[in-house]
Design a protein around this ligand. Structure first.
Ligand code: NAD
Length: 370
């Protein structure tokens, strides 16, 4: 039998809840990790092959990400066993059942993740409230539409370029993945003077040494086409995006895209991590040894969760964007300074910052993790 305390350590989790409601075919797991800083925020992931262990790991990642972002929220996560492409009426029943099952778990604020969207959040809102990532019509801030995470990345890049002794103005930029995160990061950085020389999606890479047009790329993607259809560019293979020489390289697609097999091909001064865990641990160490600065994912891509936390407080879009700018700039600055002073990798400094904030929040509480 699985040891239910297998994941327990000094930080949590405070609660692991297995939920079963046969009448709605609902099987789900909730992990509330550490709520010393405040009620946990973390998304609901729906997939046929989720597990309690995955749920715990994701919840812990949220504890650290929320703490690093300086939010008054702990980390939690829910996973639902099921096919996210099921018929909408079945999905609605499942989401409403999940909401009812979690009605009294006040230390968890529900949010979207892979396999759930703003419609799911609206059904949950209708049942119990205590949810973020809502449609605009019921008080949500559409974070992918406004580019919350890309906005934060552009500020992380701005701070980090200074640390590398280069200017954003004229810096050559490459973005892997031209979805919600990548296209907005590119748009904001081009507005700040960077030159987008390479962009890729799942179908290929577009390269132009004198710069790609952001407007054209966004129009192509909105029309369901590939970035490689940009007129007058070199069309390269999808993974050739790794070889494009640049000053700033932004992964905004999938995990582990930079690994031991391709890290030595990367010719850049700075990697600002938009996707979650886009660089393996070993590859990140190799980049550090070569003097390539890496801004870790949970510092650089925190814009989305900061936006969600602001939505929960009833903030406007404008104040959410201002909070992202302030927090991501301050945290990037602190992490890079600490890393330089302590002569460690930025990820080590970022972990220390997150742990210090969680531990300090715990020190004010009668019980350490709840
Ligand atoms: P998305 O689905 O909107 O976009 C992903 C893009 O990557 C698409 O353009 C797709 O064509 C492209 N892509 C997929 N596989 C690729 C490959 N192998 N090579 C090149 N391009 C590829 O997703 P998103 O919301 O932009 O998220 C991107 C990443 O950022 C994910 O890892 C996600 O977990 C992470 N993230 C997203 C947010 C957010 O606010 N949306 C916040 C933090 C982290």
């Amino acid at each position: 039998m699985e040891d239910v305390f297998a994941f327990a350590d000094q930080l949590g989790p405070t609660k692991v809840l297995h939920i079963h409601e046969p009448s709605a075919s609902l099987k789900a797991v909730l992990v509330v990790d550490n709520v010393a800083a405040g009620p946990s925020i973390g998304g609901i992931r729906m997939a046929p092959d989720v597990s309690t262990e995955e749920c715990f790991r994701l919840a812990r990642a949220m504890t650290l990400k929320n703490a690093a972002a300086g939010l008054p929220h702990g980390g939690g996560k829910a996973v639902v066993y099921g096919d996210p492409k099921m018929a909408p009426p079945d999905k609605e029943r499942l989401m409403r059942a999940l909401a009812c099952a979690l009605r009294d778990v006040r230390e968890y604020i529900l949010a979207p993740d892979m396999g759930t969207d703003e419609a799911c959040m609206a059904w949950i809102n209708d049942e119990i409230g205590r949810v973020v990532g809502l449609p605009r019509e019921v008080g949500g801030i559409p974070l992918d539409e406004i580019g919350a995470t890309g906005w934060g990345l552009s500020h992380a890049a701005d701070i980090a370029t200074r640390q590398c002794g280069m200017a954003l103005e004229g810096a050559r930029l490459v973005v892997q993945g031209f979805g919600a995160v990548g296209r907005h990061a590119a748009r904001f950085l081009v507005e700040k003077g960077a030159r987008l020389v390479g962009a890729s999606d799942s179908r290929g890479t577009a390269y132009a040494s004198d710069g790609l047009s952001i407007e054209t790329l966004i129009e192509l993607k909105q029309a369901g086409k590939s970035v490689t259809e940009h007129p007058g560019v070199d069309q390269l293979r999808r993974d050739a995006v790794v070889d494009v020489e640049c000053d700033i390289w932004i992964p905004a697609a999938r995990p582990d895209v930079i690994n031991e097999t391709n890290v030595d091909r990367l010719k850049t001064k700075l990697v600002v991590q938009g996707a979650n865990i886009p660089v393996t641990g070993e590859a990140e160490r190799r980049l550090h040894e070569r003097g390539v600065l890496c801004v870790p994912d949970f510092i650089a891509n925190a814009g989305g969760v900061i936006c969600a936390a602001m939505e929960y407080q009833g903030a406007t879009e404008t104040s959410a964007m201002a909070a992202i700018e302030e927090k991501v700039r301050a945290n990037t600055h602190q992490v890079l300074e600490d890393a330089t002073r302590r002569r460690v990798m930025p990820r080590v400094a970022a972990m220390a910052l997150a742990l210090e904030r969680v531990t300090r929040a715990m020190s004010f509480r009668r019980w350490s993790v709840f």
